[in-house]
Write a protein that binds this ligand. Structure first.
Ligand code: THU
Length: 132
């Protein structure tokens, strides 16, 4: 699957975003090395802090389907003028399973930037930090 195709999958998730408070839909698509894709959208809540980001929905779907390894890339699609980089909580959650994950951050016009997760979360705290 190409980067463009993965980003398209992320944008397609906007239709499911539940965003009555921010009006800012975000979609995510997590690609595995064996070609599976786990998608997610953001789901907001009247208790704002209980909102869950698109990336963590995709992560939860992967882990709950038994897929913890072999994550190749995640595409994140927002509609803003800036690239939609993952928030701090999402960086931390993704780091647990895939420190070297390729992150594709797309903006409203479809352009995207990319970086490795370990660049977005340098000196991250992960399982190795607990000697696990
Ligand atoms: N959001 C995501 O889903 N992923 C990100 O990487 C950044 C922020 C969501 C959370 C909230 O529903 C909305 O975007 C505005 O912050």
């Amino acid at each position: 699957m190409t980067d463009q195709e993965l980003i398209k999958r992320a944008f397609e998730m906007h239709q499911f975003s539940y965003v009555p408070y921010s009006q800012f839909p975000v979609g995510a698509a997590l690609l595995t090395e064996d070609g599976r894709v786990f998608t997610g959208c953001n789901v907001e809540n009247a208790a704002y802090g209980s909102t869950i980001c698109a990336e963590r929905v995709a992560l939860g779907k992967a882990v709950s389907e038994g897929c913890r390894e072999g994550w190749a890339a995640i595409a994140i699609a927002g509609r803003g003028e800036d690239f939609c980089w993952p928030c701090g909580a999402c960086r931390q959650m993704l780091y647990e399973f895939a420190p070297n994950l390729r992150v594709l951050a797309a903006r409203g016009d479809g352009q995207y930037a990319q970086a490795r997760l370990c660049e977005l979360l340098p000196n991250g705290f992960g399982p190795k930090s607990l000697n696990m």
